[in-house]
Design a protein around this ligand. Structure first.
Ligand code: PEP
Ligand code: MN
Length: 343
């Protein structure tokens, strides 16, 4: 349920509505948009009747949201969410590029990668310190030492850090080093972890689960928002299908679909989405055309030597080529946008 406040509603009237609803046992979420002030009502709504609320001072309308996800829906918030770090906007006009190795391996490797991705125009650095590996015998990441190396790379280059957190217990530690905390595909439905990152004041990059539907994906984001963290960035990273020529099937359908039903930004990860470096450039471009707000790309100074995901990791030259192509595409799209994106 969403309570739309009158444009001229006073602060007292807004507070009065919130107190009224909470006294009846539900929780509220206030959202001050450019055009509207809305109060989302979530949780136990058994005692709440629309008619009672409609007559409260300052209330313009009370609307039921029929979808299972509420706070992430366009019905709750019409304008796009833009996640802002100082100087970088995710979900704004320009697509962002988050690039770096699959795993942090050494100081030399992460700093060299940070420098090269920055030189080619990436705004954020990725790199896993805690790695969710399919096999327990594979490299599991450097842990906190890896986070310290990411911090060094940030000091050297000024790039913001995106890194994965695997466990709810590690959230405070990872949040000390990361600018954006990543929840990996395998953890998309780890509700304890989602609740834990919902309580922090740093943005969260939520990757789609290997077989998650759009509704499940958005409900996972809803967990984070409902705990109070509005800065969620979705990321399509490919799903499991019957195809055998690629690691996953990158589901670009979901990008414009998410844009219709949700206000959250969505990135695309063609590295994990394809698992093959020769497919990464074409799928990156396709992702941007589909309306994605940016890309997550694996890059390594010597991809064949990567400790993880070598097959899908771009070389410095390939990354440079991708960034050049992206630049031309973005310029072209700016002129063509009205032709491509119709409702
Ligand atoms: C990653 O981005 O490092 C990663 C492990 O991806 P995913 O969770 O999408 O498999
Ligand atoms: Mn990887």
């Amino acid at each position: 349920m969403v309570i739309v406040m009158n444009r001229h509603a006073s602060e007292d009237e807004i507070m009065n509505v919130i107190e009224f609803v909470e006294a009846l046992g539900a929780r509220t979420h206030l959202s001050r948009g450019q055009e509207k002030i809305v109060i989302g009502v979530i949780g136990d709504k058994r005692n709440i009747q629309k008619e009672q609320i409609k007559v409260l001072p300052g209330v313009e309308d009370v609307v039921s949201i029929l979808k299972p996800y509420k706070l992430v829906s366009r019905e709750f918030k019409e304008q796009d969410t833009i996640v802002r770090l100082n100087g970088v906007e995710i979900g704004g006009e320009q697509p962002v590029v988050i690039a770096g190795p699959c795993s942090v391996e050494s100081e030399k490797q992460i700093i060299e990668t940070a420098r090269l991705v920055k030189a080619h125009g990436a705004q954020l650095l990725r790199g896993g310190a805690f790695k969710p590996r399919t096999s327990p015998y594979s490299f599991q990441g450097l842990g906190e030492d890896g986070l310290k190396l990411l911090k060094k790379a940030k000091e050297e280059t000024g790039l913001y850090i995106v890194t994965e957190v695997l466990d709810a217990m590690d959230v405070p530690m990872v949040a000390e080093y990361a600018d954006i905390l990543q929840i990996g595909a395998r953890n998309m439905q780890n509700y304890k972890l989602l609740k834990a990152v919902g309580k922090i004041d740093k943005p969260v990059l939520l990757k789609r689960g290997l077989s998650a539907t759009l509704t499940e994906f958005l409900l996972s984001a809803e967990y984070i928002l409902s705990e109070g963290n509005p800065n969620v960035i979705l990321c399509e990273r490919g799903i499991r299908t019957f195809v055998e020529y690629s690691r996953n099937t990158l589901d670009l359908n979901i990008v414009p679909m998410i844009k219709r039903v949700s206000h959250l930004p969505i990135l695309v990860d063609p590295s994990h989405g394809t698992g093959r470096r020769e497919l990464v450039i074409p799928l990156s471009l396709a992702a941007i055309v589909s309306g994605a707000d940016g890309l997550l790309i694996e890059v390594h100074p010597q991809p064949e030597r990567s400790w993880s995901d070598a097959d899908q990791t771009l070389s410095p030259d390939q990354f440079a080529l991708l960034m050049r192509k992206l630049d031309s595409l973005v310029k072209w799209l700016r002129n063509e946008e009205s032709v491509i994106y119709t409702n």
